[in-house]
Design a protein around this ligand. Structure first.
Ligand code: SF4
Ligand code: SF4
Length: 152
């Protein structure tokens, strides 16, 4: 998936500027995998069904399944956004691996275009090829939990 000939072989710059654009104000999908759900359960006193009822929704996925996703407020803020991420220690892998996602790493054009939505891209800390690869693989392998697999 990642190779040493890629456009980010010498690393990429990214530091979150905490503008919150990716956490609020627009409809979106923060998917939860089994690992993400377990991490949240470790941080809360809630049972699985209670956590899902309070913080999650089931949304259609491209493969025809329904998958677990965080709720949004009426104005499209992530349910955990409270003047910043109130779930930072347990935030989903989708959040912690941003911006080293499939579509942003497909080529330099896609990466540079991502900077129009995120002021942290191409700014700040230099992340090595190895670090990018590790986060990219964590993102890529973190499949959303399907409703049909919940009990498994
Ligand atoms: S859009 Fe970028 S800079 Fe703004 S909060 Fe999200 S990751 Fe950080
Ligand atoms: S869980 Fe935290 S980092 Fe992820 S979208 Fe919600 S507020 Fe943002």
């Amino acid at each position: 998936m990642n190779c040493k000939d890629s456009f980010y072989k010498d690393g990429l710059r990214f530091s979150c500027k905490r503008c919150s654009y990716c956490c609020r104000g627009e409809p979106g999908f923060v998917y939860l995998s089994r690992t993400d759900l377990d991490n949240f359960l470790k941080q809360t006193a809630l049972k699985e069904a209670e956590f899902i009822e309070k913080y999650c929704r089931w949304v259609p996925y491209y493969d025809g399944s329904e998958v677990l996703c965080l709720k949004e407020t009426e104005n499209y803020d992530c349910i955990f956004w409270k003047n910043g991420c109130s779930a930072y220690e347990a935030r989903p892998i989708q959040c912690s691996t941003y911006p080293f996602w499939d579509y942003l790493l497909q080529d330099k054009k896609a990466w540079d275009e991502g900077a129009s939505d995120c002021p942290g891209i191409n700014n700040g800390e230099l992340h090595s090829f190895e670090e990018i690869t590790e986060k990219h693989e964590a993102y890529h392998n973190n499949k959303p939990l399907a409703r049909r697999d919940l009990a498994n």
